[in-house]
Design a protein around this ligand. Structure first.
Ligand code: NAP
Length: 360
């Protein structure tokens, strides 16, 4: 089913535009060939920002979403929605046929079992790549959003680079690495680029929200009495990077880390955030074992209710490691790319948004 906007309304466009070829008719009207993009994972945190960014950049955007997907962030956007599953071959064939760019963001970030990470992150990508190869071999670029987790943590304060051998420590990371390898073991005929973002934060994100909520209660979490060091990226910088990577020929058939130029210790990040929140904080030491037990308990609970918590065993496993620092120097130099919000600005915007939505 093809609809004109995420609300399923077609009030602003005549009904004849609802038939296939909708993109071309709009393009003809403006006498300009508009670039067409397909986004998977559009209902999610990063995907919804990417859709907004593409529209602002003048793209025509199609999204594939499940009937169960929340339309909270897409409802007011002028996008073509295809409802269905990402393993529906007929739907995918229709979806990919006439687009110039594909941004594949759909993925499982939390799951109960290794198998479900693999089923979604690996198998759906493999399926999609096969269909694009057959139905749209002339695609300008396929952009896959992998993760820093595919590479695994850094051993020291020295950042991990693209040259280091990947050593993922979580099931999520392993599924992302296996997916990355699909692209190189059996290269598609069309250009692709893979981005490995560091920890992404910003408005709409329910995962980092937990950290902001603790700080808002003046609690600075410290696991096993150690400080953690992390690379981060603000969601608006990431979607900017995604589009820049897609449009550049320099990035063809390559992998890049993307992260803000400076890494932070959790203490430093907490201090900055507390200042912006206008709060004072106290350290709460949390033994890693306690966190692991709590996550296991939540896994059982969520498994029982068929849901997924934000804190799960896989994520807790990643928290065992103190250094999650990557370098995005290669990305910044080769594109080149240098447009990052300052950390203060990114945190402030995030806090303002969380507060405005009553999430804090
Ligand atoms: N957030 C981060 O810090 C971070 C860091 C590195 C990489 N990434 C990667 O960025 C991508 C987007 O992450 P996010 O933070 O935006 O996550 P998110 O908010 O959980 O969004 C995930 C998206 O994937 C879709 N999805 C999940 N399982 C699916 C399935 N079986 N079939 C079809 N669609 C499915 C979801 O659709 P529904 O709405 O229908 O569930 C949603 O649109 C993921 O690939 C993730 O691995 C995220």
């Amino acid at each position: 089913m093809s609809l004109l906007n995420a609300k399923g309304q077609n009030d602003s466009v005549s009904p004849d535009l609802l038939v296939s070829g909708w993109f071309d008719k709009i393009a003809k009207k403006s006498n300009q060939p508009m670039k067409k993009a397909l986004v998977t994972g559009a209902s999610g945190f990063i995907g919804s920002f990417l859709v907004e960014h593409l529209l602002a950049a003048g793209y025509q955007v199609k999204v594939i979403i499940r009937t169960s997907s929340s339309l909270e962030w897409l409802a007011d956007l002028d996008v073509e929605c295809l409802y269905g599953r990402l393993d529906d071959r007929q739907l995918l064939e229709r979806a990919v046929r006439d687009v110039d760019y594909i941004f594949h963001l759909a993925g499982k970030t939390r799951a109960q079992t290794d198998r479900s990470f693999y089923e979604i992150n690996y198998k759906l990508t493999k399926n999609l790549l096969e269909i694009v190869s057959r139905s749209n071999p002339g695609l300008k670029k396929f952009t896959y959003l992998s993760s820093f987790a595919a590479a695994g943590p850094s051993r020291t304060i020295d950042p991990v680079t693209e040259e280091d051998s990947p050593a993922p420590v979580s099931s999520f990371g392993k599924s992302k690495l296996a997916t990355e390898r699909l692209f190189f073991n059996n290269p598609p005929v069309f250009p692709f680029v893979i981005l490995r973002p560091a920890l992404v934060f910003g408005p709409r994100d329910r995962v980092s929200l937990q950290f902001f909520r603790l700080l808002n209660k003046s609690v600075i979490p410290q696991i096993n009495g150690m400080d953690h060091y992390v690379s981060l990226i603000y969601v608006k910088d990431l979607v900017n990077a995604l589009l820049a990577a897609a449009e550049s020929e320099e990035t063809n058939q390559k992998i890049y880390f993307v992260a803000a130029p400076k890494a932070y210790s959790v203490s430093e990040l907490s201090r900055l955030t507390l200042i912006l929140l206008g709060k004072k904080g106290f350290r709460l030491h949390v033994p890693h074992k306690f966190l692991a037990g709590y996550a296991n308990f939540k896994n059982v609970l969520h498994g029982f209710f068929k849901g997924q918590g934000n804190l799960n065993s896989d994520l807790v496993n990643e928290l065992k490691y103190s250094f999650w620092i990557c370098s995005s120097a290669k990305f910044q130099e080769e594109l080149p790319f240098s447009e990052f919000h300052s950390m203060e600005e990114s945190l402030q915007e995030t806090i303002d948004w969380y507060s405005g939505y009553g999430w804090l």
